[in-house]
Design a protein around this ligand. Sequence first.
Ligand code: ADP
Ligand code: MG
Length: 390
Amino acid sequence: MNVHEYQAKDILQSFGVPVPRGDVASTADEAADVARALGGDKFVVKAQIHAGGRGKGGGVKLADSIDEVRDIAGQMIGMDLVTHQTGPEGKRVEKVLVAEAVDIHQELYLGLVVDRASSAVTLMASAEGGVEIETIAAERPEAILKEAADPAVGLLPFQANRVAYGLGLETAVARQFVSMAMKLYKTFTESDAALMEINPLAVVGDGVLVALDAKMNFDDNALYRHKDIAELRDPTEEDPRELEAKEHELSYVSLDGTIGCMVNGAGLAMSTMDIIKHYGAEPANFLDVGGRATAERVTVAFKLILSDPNVKAILVNIFGGIVACDLIAEGVLAAVEEVQLSVPLVVRLEGTNVQRGRQLLAESDLDIITAEDLDEAAQKAVAAVSAQAR
Ligand code: ADP
Ligand code: MG
């Protein structure tokens, strides 16, 4: 689960990480009130959306007066902000963060990720912050310093120190960097984060280090033990289909392709997506209907898949283990009848009572393409999609 910058900064602050003073506002007048309470005459107004690249997209603006803060906030709130991370349709800005503008001397990058290669939380840093770290990673990977934290002992100060000096920071700044890296690591592990990015981590004014931007993503499976963080969920930022799926306890992830997939078991779902790609098409979603593929769940799943306008065909790939294939076939038939299927449907069943299941599908008058194995099923689904493209 992602949170907004202002929420991530609240969390960071509770762990003692310095961030610029500021507060969130939902209207232009509220934004002006925040600026007035902050005092001073240099402010920054920042659109709060779950996407980066706001600076370049016009979602981060400096203001020299309270009136200017009001004007900028008035323009930003309600706009669809487009950045390289939002896609062309952009994201609606509901809130802005009004903060004191600081005098930036240097912008660094600091990230904490769960790194698969080292199987450890890894600190990443670069002296070239403020820009897209992906570009640096691709063009000059040596400009990114890394330290993997041993899970048994956590990040150690000497590791943070090594990074600080590797970045070429002066002693006074390096000391702050080490202290900050240790606090960020503590924040990361204690809040069960999956990703944290401070970009930029800035050296401001007289050599003070502050987190100017903050992006945090949390492990959904650990949210039950962080009620306060779970409450930060912003449903307007989430895919409505994913929310709907969550309500029905289906694991669903929306993707960009054209073949809707309904599968039981996460592993089978992954291989189904792989084989669709192998035959030259793209999956429209990941969907694990779980062990209990009952008629009810299958119907909900069909509706979910069909509510995506990109879906040009559906591939059902279900292994009847806990629920036998004939029951699943009945479920599929009932669901197809109920949802009035508008795209080709390919069904592949395997497992307990498979013959009976296939027979039910074959005997039905409904327009269902059947397949004996995954390979055949994927090829038929891909063919159904390309037939429409012609
Ligand atoms: P994004 O990553 O979405 O573009 P950032 O929060 O990183 O948004 O802001 C973009 C740029 O705006 C930063 O790199 C920094 O130069 C500037 N900026 C952000 N916050 C402040 C601030 N409080 N004071 C001055 N400049 C800021
Ligand atoms: Mg940033």
